[in-house]
Design a protein around this ligand. Structure first.
Ligand code: S3P
Ligand code: PEP
Length: 458
């Protein structure tokens, strides 16, 4: 069963807005967590200063920035005002945040320092290799759930590459990396079947290892391939030489050559996985939602929503205004392998619970080790509202049934909260426990949701 800390601040209930009609809105979705946190790491390891424009500011990215600052990196915040867009339908968010930027000034990495990883997979996996390059001890700690999330791939690999890691035999957090100011690097084998972030973590710091790094994945499955492609693309854009299976290399082997990284001026794409609840709103209410700045080319897994939500009954078009997603009034079930796009599972499960036919979601056993056990949490919470969901070895069977109101628990999982909000659009009386947990990647969620529904219109 997922853990559910009973802190008082977690007990607040948020009445999920019920949509009495079709939504019609433009939603400005804040920047991508995955791109922002990679960009912060790469900029911190670069040989010269760089800029991140429109970075996501959320718990996960603020923790990442704080950790890098603690290790000696300069990260300055700048905000400049920009004009606001308008539209006859609801406009949620607005581009005011687009004037925000972080200037990153790389410095000598050094300890002693303490890093709070919260429950951010990107922080707990991407930073131990950075710490191995620092001079002095870097202590890593985080939320109770962070102790349960897999980290062995990073710990074992760092040791094999020459780092000293003291985890008191846990193979998990909390731990201390005793940085020696440099790391030898070279070839290493890991089993990344529990998280693609093991591979990304080693590749991101690889250019700064004396011999670079060659990562060989030995497990039978590897989730979230688009996130590994995102790592490779961003490394290459920063001037690194990366050989991959897709560029003619061996299967399951990635090689990063040692070398200096460029300081870049990068504009962060909107978080397409966080666009999911808004697109889902168009789908389940038979309405229309436009997400501006949807990239034409991207490695973000959320781009797969165009196809997945079209199969489930909507249609979409990429225009000059952004991605225009339109619901048809019908929602269909889907049989889909989500191993590449696992973080989309909670939102797809929520839509599937409202569909006119059953769904099978496959390839996502590793979600049991995400923010919470997402397969158990989705099953329990949808069933408590009258649903009929069963767990399989690697996913969920969802047979839609008429749902009723009730409390939807979130287990400190941002995507559980947004999944509950999707259901609440179509089912009266759903109350989300601890909607504030969306701050992990989307602190503005309740306001954006209200804005989408026109609640902020006079
Ligand atoms: O590298 C990244 O930015 C991510 C990789 C994926 O992790 P897993 O491979 O552990 O699922 C994804 O689920 C997570 O939300 C973000
Ligand atoms: C799995 C997720 O996050 P993390 O980066 O903490 O792994 C997620 O955002 O769905």
């Amino acid at each position: 069963m997922p853990t559910n800390p009973e802190h008082p601040e977690h007990s607040a209930l948020w009445p999920a807005p019920y949509a009495s009609g079709a939504v019609d809105a433009t939603v400005h979705v804040p920047g991508s967590k995955s791109v922002t946190n990679r960009a912060l790491v790469l900029a911190s390891l670069a040989a010269e200063p760089g800029w991140l424009r429109r970075p996501l500011r959320s718990r996960d990215t603020v923790l990442m920035a704080g950790a890098l600052r603690a290790m000696g990196v300069g990260i300055e915040e700048t905000v400049s005002s920009m004009s606001s867009a308008s539209s006859s339908s609801s406009v949620a968010g607005g581009p005011a945040a687009s004037g925000e930027a972080w200037r990153v000034i790389p410095g000598r990495l050094q300890g002693p320092a303490t890093v709070d990883v919260g429950n951010a997979g990107t922080v707990m996996r991407f930073l131990p290799p950075v710490a191995a390059l620092a001079d002095g001890p870097i202590r890593f700690d985080g939320d109770p759930r962070s102790y349960e999330r897999p980290l062995h791939g990073v710990i074992d690999a760092l040791r094999a590459l020459g780092a000293r890691v003291d985890d008191e035999g846990r193979g998990a957090l909390p731990l201390t990396v005793h940085g020696g100011g440099a790391l030898e690097g070279g070839p290493v084998e890991i089993d990344a079947s529990s998280s693609s972030q093991f591979v990304s973590a080693l590749l991101l710091s690889g250019p700064r290892f004396n011999q670079g790094v060659e990562v060989r994945h030995t497990g039978s499955t590897l989730p979230s391939m688009p996130h590994i492609r995102m790592t490779v693309d961003m490394l290459r854009a920063a001037g690194a030489q990366v050989d991959t299976p897709e560029s003619g290399g061996e299967p399951n082997v990635w090689r990063v050559t040692s070398g200096a990284l460029l300081g870049r001026d990068i504009t962060i794409e909107p978080d397409l996985s966080n666009a999911q609840p808004f697109l889902a709103a168009a789908l389940v209410t038979g309405g229309k939602v436009t997400v501006p700045d949807w990239p034409e080319q991207t490695t973000q897994p959320g781009d797969a929503l165009r196809e997945i939500f079209t199969t489930m009954g909507g249609s979409c078009e990429l225009t000059d205004q952004g991605l225009e997603f339109t619901g048809s009034g019908s929602v269909h079930g889907i049989d889909v392998d989500l191993s590449e796009v696992g973080e989309l599972t909670p939102g797809i499960a929520a839509v599937a619970a409202l569909a006119d036919s059953p769904s099978t979601l496959r390839g996502v056993a590793h979600l049991r080790l995400h923010e919470t056990d997402r397969l158990a949490a989705l099953t329990k919470e949808i069933n408590e509202l009258g649903g009929d969901v069963t767990e399989t070895a690697d996913g969920l069977h969802i047979r839609p049934r008429r749902l009723h109101g009730g409390i939807f628990h979130t287990y400190d999982d941002h995507r559980m909260a947004t999944a509950g909000a999707i259901i609440g659009l179509a089912v009266e009386g759903v109350q989300i426990e601890n909607v504030a947990t969306t701050a992990k990647t989307l602190p503005d969620f309740p306001d954006l949701w209200a804005g989408m529904l026109g609640a902020d219109r006079p």
